[in-house]
Design a protein around this ligand. Structure first.
Ligand SMILES: [Zn+2]
Length: 486
């Protein structure tokens, strides 16, 4: 088997239970695995690639990786959601919701999003997309296409079509209420289970599967119970948006008389690989006054929190807190969940918001966030071969340039990258021993052409908004310009 040595000013290796920095180090890759990390490799290698003034580290693991067009841009300046088309009006629900994208568009969106993940140094992704633009759940067809796209691009993924038994609708009185169609949720779970049976551990293990019930407030208790059972039976990760918003928390309490985490505990939802984005609203945190042992349940559940600080900070929300959860022994992995799929920016915003949340600059260190984006994600998936570079681990790595003038003065590579870096500084990405990006280029991908196609789909989708927005205002009223357009 061919051995390749990769050298750089800095290597993030893993030994004695934590990441280690090797100055002027070497990583030797053999096949799909790392053979050696350190300073002096005595064996033979067939080729050596020197990356110079750069850092080679483990690829990022994205537990909530945006897999459609970015639509958070539509919400950035536009509130409240129920008047801005982000909650379906009752009239739209009654007319029968429709798919806003064609199957070809959906297949393209997955491929496009996967290229953005790779571009940002993400090597393992658990895709997430908004169901808001869908007739109901995600389809098996689009996930078959997603598996092909990931295998083709060489991206390591955990795939599963999202399903749900409910949805939120807004009436003429502006009140938001849930709508349920439980059989539709069960059918979605059946499809998701069949998808697992077909795709799990295919393409040399690059394609893995997961269960993705959409959100706790769009799932009936029985759907949650059955989902937990299927996840345990198939031994795949299960991800559920939960503890994400006040609206969600209140809806769960109203309907079930218990908190979201109490509901999950009582329906036996938790497995050894439960992933919960976003961990913001628990009893006693972020204004929740309902009396429930949420923190204890989360700690005992063994679930991992998918921390997505960038998308949350954009809407003024903060996790309280990174340090507190870590002290409780709760595993934290990272998710980008929005465009840009920039894990470096996510870590940087995470650092800032964590320090604000604790009102203490010493509450987190750059290494805590780097751990979360690598080892935390691997632990959530129970993958000791991912998120670190050591003999026997998967050869999933990224190269981050340190010679870009925008980086300023380098103190230590991790701190410098979180202070001054961005996803754009990632130059090369290897997954399972294969380069999937070299010198910022993904083979056979015309990034400008992808961008133009994505924008065309986006414009077509935005034009459909009035029909699906309460009181049907025109597009320029739903999304007014920053200044008058002359
Ligand atoms: Zn999310």
């Amino acid at each position: 088997m061919i051995r390749t040595a990769l050298t750089a000013r800095w290597i993030v290796g893993h030994a004695e239970g934590s990441h280690q920095l090797y100055k002027n180090g070497t990583v030797v890759v053999q096949g799909s695995e790392v053979l050696f990390v350190g300073h002096h490799f005595d064996g033979e290698v067939q080729q050596t690639i020197d990356f110079g003034n750069a850092m080679i580290g483990p690829g990022f693991i994205d537990l909530d990786a945006l897999a459609d067009l970015d639509t958070t841009v539509l919400g950035y300046d536009n509130y409240p959601p129920e008047l801005k088309g982000r909650v379906w009006p009752q009239s739209y629900m009654d007319a029968g919701p429709r798919e806003m994208y064609t199957p070809e568009e959906l297949a393209f969106q997955k491929r496009y999003a996967f290229t953005r993940l790779i571009r940002n140094g993400i090597t393992t992704a658990l895709p997430i997309a908004s169901l808001f633009y869908r007739a109901w759940g995600e389809t098996v067809a689009e996930f078959n296409a997603a598996a092909e796209a990931a295998a083709d691009l060489g991206l390591r993924v955990y795939l599963g079509p999202a399903y749900r038994s409910g949805n939120l609708v807004v009436g003429q009185n502006r009140k938001i209420a849930p709508y349920y169609d439980e059989p539709r949720g069960f059918a979605g779970l059946d499809d998701a289970a069949a998808f697992i049976d077909r795709h799990e551990n295919t393409h040399s293990g690059l394609i893995r599967t997961m269960l993705a019930p959409d959100r706790i407030e769009t799932s009936t208790p029985e759907l949650l119970r059955r989902s937990g059972a299927v996840a345990r039976d198939r031994d795949v990760p299960i991800r559920l948006h939960c503890c994400q918003s006040q609206v969600e928390y209140d809806l769960v309490v109203q309907q079930h008389g218990k908190s979201p985490l109490e509901l999950l505990r009582d329906v036996d939802f938790f497995t050894s690989k439960t992933i919960l984005p976003h961990g913001l609203f628990l009893s006693g945190i972020n204004g929740i006054t309902f009396d429930a042992p949420d923190t204890e349940i989360l700690t005992e559940s063994g679930a991992s929190v998918a921390h997505c600080p960038l998308v949350m900070a954009r809407s003024g929300k903060v996790m309280r807190s990174f340090q507190r959860f870590r002290k409780l022994g709760i595993n934290i992995g990272m998710g980008t969940d929005t465009h840009p799929a920039d894990m470096i920016q996510n870590m940087a915003v995470g650092m800032m918001t964590a320090r604000i949340a604790d009102d203490a600059p010493s509450s987190v260190r750059a290494a805590d966030y780097y751990d979360a984006a690598t080892i935390g994600g691997a632990d959530a998936l129970n993958r000791p071969d991912l998120g670190r570079l050591a003999a026997g681990s998967a050869a999933d790595l990224n190269v981050i340039r340190l010679d870009n003038p925008a980086l300023g003065q380098v103190i230590d590579p991790i701190q410098t990258i979180l202070l001054n870096g961005a996803g754009r500084d990632v130059s090369d990405v290897m997954i399972a021993g294969q380069f999937v990006m070299r010198n910022c280029v993904i083979p056979d991908v015309d990034a400008r052409d992808y961008q133009a196609r994505a924008q065309m789909q986006f414009d077509r989708m935005v034009a459909q908004y009035p029909d699906r927005t309460l009181f049907h205002p025109p597009v320029d009223e739903i999304f007014p310009a920053s200044y008058p357009v002359k």
